[in-house]
Write a protein that binds this ligand. Structure first.
Ligand code: NAP
Ligand code: MG
Length: 494
């Protein structure tokens, strides 16, 4: 196996980036911290972290940048053009961005190129187009007072103002863009905090946005811990919307902090996503779907398939084929395009996933583990748990790792009960060739997205966001951009 050579642009960027990016410039003040390569456990570079005072400074700047109209005052077409130029620059820097993401996050360079950067380009272009398509509507009002008066009423969409965005480490640049681009399309200004593990790609993105013509002060990145910088971004009274992706526990705190000053909030909080495989399903297709839906990005995906309810008549075959498939996968660093099993993001995440597996083993679970993985770096070999019970911890909690838990069922109603018996409800998939069953079951599955015969299939036009404890609000589609606007009613008497 041979590794991709690190591009000159990446090395130059590591030298140039010193810390938070505020008002168009990198800062080099504050406590320094190392950014780790998960494939080696060694430092890639060192950055300076921000603190509460820097979060305040960035919010003040974003407020000033909103109020002086340097961005919100542009015509929608001008904002659209700049965002399209931003997409072109991201495309032109595909290799550089993909390498930064792989070196920092651990994932395969193929995934970084195709999804993290590739999907992001499509996403930016899609959202750029909404800048010119925000609309209100006229309303047929019947106000009868005073007698003889006439009224014209309509709704108006206006940008909210300063948005703070707090994002996780699993898709550092992509999830950041899901928040930043609709906010910018609507005319808002942004302060973004990446996860401490993965600050690099968003810093490069912010540079490219500025190069594309987003004025200084409109898109700022503050580095620092969630407990200090994240808390401040959520609670600051000048922030009009807090948009968060991460754990349910932190999401609740962020939502509470936002409502204290009546800021809007959008919370995308992960899932324990079921895949329901009916007796008539195409088993090869379902196995491929499980591998893709469950092991993509080492299972560190909020919408990952992680609990599989499989009809007892096909359960053993399903598990055998999964086991055969994972036995062919070879581990290696993300920079090696041949490596199919890559490290998890951090030692902490590796230990967390191993802990779930150890406890499942102690509870008597039948576990098939894939090939050996390197001891250097944060690898976990993929694991299939077969014949599991729905009540086991591993079947109920979000593991966020390469672990597929398969549970047999006999009765479809019973399977549906187990599918819905979770606090979480982000996404689910149903595998069947029976159209009537698909039509009957999809409305009964409690999840924000229900896929049929596919899993983790996203599109910028398709709203994405959870039911139940998986969160509030939607990313993607016009719903996402509208959520960065305030809806005003205007009523004119004449
Ligand atoms: P997390 O703690 O929820 O972190 C997500 C983001 O929130 C990070 O930027 C984090 O900053 C920040 N944060 C942490 N505490 C905060 C606070 N009190 N106020 C405001 N912001 C705060 O998630 P994690 O610890 O990285 O991962 C834990 C688990 O969450 C995972 O195992 C997984 O189950 C779940 N998760 C879900 C998603 C998803 O896509 N929905 C993504 C990642 C993780 P720092 O990292 O700098 O502390
Ligand atoms: Mg964290």
């Amino acid at each position: 196996m041979s590794q991709t050579t690190t591009a000159q642009g990446v090395q130059d960027f590591f030298k140039r980036a010193t810390g938070s990016l505020i008002d168009g410039a990198f800062l080099d003040e504050g406590k320094s911290f190392e950014v780790i390569d998960p494939a080696t456990g060694q430092a890639l570079t060192t950055l300076c972290e921000g603190d509460r005072a820097l979060a305040d400074r960035a919010i003040a700047l974003a407020k000033e940048s909103f109020e002086d109209g340097r961005w919100s005052g542009l015509t929608p077409a001008a904002r659209e053009r700049i965002l399209l130029r931003f997409a072109d620059l991201v495309e032109a820097h595909t290799e550089e961005l993909a390498q930064i993401e792989t070196l920092n996050q651990g994932k395969s360079i193929n995934l970084s190129r195709g999804i993290d950067v590739g999907f992001s380009i499509d996403f930016i272009r899609y959202m750029a187009g909404w800048a010119t398509k925000l609309e209100g509507s006229t309303r047929a009002v019947s106000i009868g007072m005073p007698e003889g008066a006439k009224f014209n009423a309509y709704t108006l969409r206006q940008p909210l103002g300063v948005v703070s965005a707090i994002v996780p480490w699993n898709f550092p640049m992509m999830i950041a863009l899901w928040k930043v681009v609709p906010a910018l399309a609507a005319g808002c200004t942004v302060v973004l905090k990446p996860a401490t593990e993965t600050p690099l790609s968003v810093l490069r993105l912010a540079e490219l946005a500025i190069e594309a013509g987003v004025p200084n002060g409109v898109f700022n990145v503050v580095l620092g811990s969630g407990s200090v910088v994240g808390t401040r971004l959520a609670e600051h009274p000048d922030v009009k919307k807090v948009t968060f992706t991460g754990s349910t526990a932190v999401g609740k705190q962020v939502g509470h902090a936002a409502v204290e000053h009546m800021a809007h909030s959008s919370l995308e909080l992960g899932g324990k996503n079921p895949m329901l495989v009916l007796e008539d399903a195409d088993i090869d297709r379902a196995v491929n779907g499980a591998l893709m839906g469950g092991l993509f990005n080492q299972g560190q995906v909020c919408a990952a398939a992680s609990r599989f309810y499989v009809h007892r008549s096909i359960h053993d075959t399903f598990c055998e084929r999964l086991a055969q498939a994972i036995d062919t996968l070879q581990a290696g660093p993300g920079m090696d395009p041949q490596a199919q099993v890559n490290p998890l993001v951090s030692r902490r995440q590796q230990e967390s996933v191993r802990g779930y597996l150890d406890r499942a083993r102690e509870q008597g679970a039948r576990i098939h583990v894939g090939n050996e993985v390197p001891t250097e770096g944060f690898y976990v070999s993929p694991a299939i748990i077969s014949g599991a019970s729905h009540d086991m911890e591993i079947a109920r909690e979000e593991v966020f790792g390469p672990v597929l838990t398969v549970i047999p069922f006999d009765d479809e109603e019973d399977a549906l009960r187990m599918v819905n018996d979770s606090e979480l409800g982000l996404a689910a998939s149903l595998w069947t060739n029976n159209l009537s069953k698909a039509m009957a079951l999809t409305p009964r599955i409690e999840a924000g997205t229900v896929w049929v015969n596919t899993h983790v299939t996203l599109d910028p036009a398709m709203p994405f966001g959870g039911f139940k404890m998986s969160g509030l609000g939607k990313e993607f589609g016009p719903e996402a951009v509208n959520a960065y606007t305030e809806l005003k009613s205007v009523c004119i008497a004449y």
